[in-house]
Write a protein of this length. Structure first.
Length: 289
């Protein structure tokens, strides 16, 4: 004999008390109307007459809670100055609670203390600095290790080195992948980046991310035109455009460009007349890069 489950019987009884039709109950519960009609007859035969009459009387509600005497004061409130002083030292709630127990013999609960500390803790907003740069002022260099890559013409996998130089103003970038990493490779990649952007580098700050100043024409893709007087000041710290005594502006009247004349003057002054020889470069470096 099939018997309807108790929770389904309670559902049908609740809907019948709410004066729902048998068709609506069938649509909600999925039970056939013959079963719903049988349950309705069964409920009507089991319900006494006096209980049916008393069902119309509203049920008695529970009495309200008695009014409170005010907000409860935390046991940590008398120790507020001590807690605030330690919060300024960026200490955590557990360390403050241990000090209260050791120094003051505090017997309160730790969880209430944690909630009290969370209300007093001042969370400073994160600071975001917006940096702005002029065209050709700075360049960011990132040099790191890439993912495993199969080398051309072989089955070997290696991790290449990635070089990315990005101008801060125009966001133009210079990217290269190299397999052999060395100080010479790192320096040559910088030189190639400067030539690609058409600039020069008066200053350089080494570190995890290097900030390198470039010439004024780097952001526009034009070669930077720097006169020889500024090059002397930049490389040798010789300023020939300002007077060393009064600091006034000097005007260049003439310049000696003939090499024999320059050699005679330097020899007369007891200075070296010829530049030191250049160090030969490695021929296989271009293949590695």
């Amino acid at each position: 004999m099939n018997v309807l489950k108790p929770h389904l019987q309670r559902t049908i009884w609740t809907l019948l008390k709410a004066r729902a039709s048998q068709r609506d109950i069938e649509r909600v519960t999925g039970i056939s109307r013959h079963t719903i009609r049988h349950c309705q007859q069964l409920f009507a035969s089991q319900t006494p007459a006096h209980q049916a009459e008393s069902s119309d009387v509203p049920a008695q509600t529970a009495p309200p809670w008695p009014p409170t005497s005010g907000l409860a004061v935390s046991h940590y409130e008398p120790l507020r100055p001590f807690i605030e002083a330690h919060l300024r030292l960026r200490r955590i709630a557990m360390a403050i609670y241990q000090d209260l127990v050791d120094q003051y013999g505090f017997s309160g609960a730790y969880n209430s203390g944690k909630r009290f500390v969370a209300k007093l803790r001042i969370v400073e907003p994160a600071q975001f600095d917006r940096l702005s740069f002029q065209p050709g002022e700075e360049m960011q260099v990132d040099y790191g290790e890439g993912a495993l890559t199969r080398m051309a013409g072989s089955e070997r996998y290696r991790k290449p080195r990635l070089f990315v130089a990005t101008l801060r103003y125009s966001r133009r970038s210079f990217r290269r992948v190299v397999w052999n990493s060395s100080q010479e490779t790192w320096a040559r990649l910088h030189e190639k980046a400067w030539r690609y952007f058409g600039g020069s580098c008066p200053e350089q700050a080494t570190g995890k991310s290097e900030l390198i100043a470039t010439g004024p024409g780097c952001a526009h893709g034009r070669p930077a035109c720097i006169n020889w007087a500024r090059l002397l000041k930049r490389v040798f710290e010789i300023d020939i455009e300002h007077c060393p005594h009064c600091g006034g502006q000097l005007k260049i009247i003439a310049a000696i460009l003939e090499a024999p004349v320059i050699e005679r003057i330097l020899t007369h002054l007891g200075l070296q007349a010829r530049a030191p020889p250049r160090v030969p470069t490695r021929g296989d470096f271009e293949q590695a890069v």
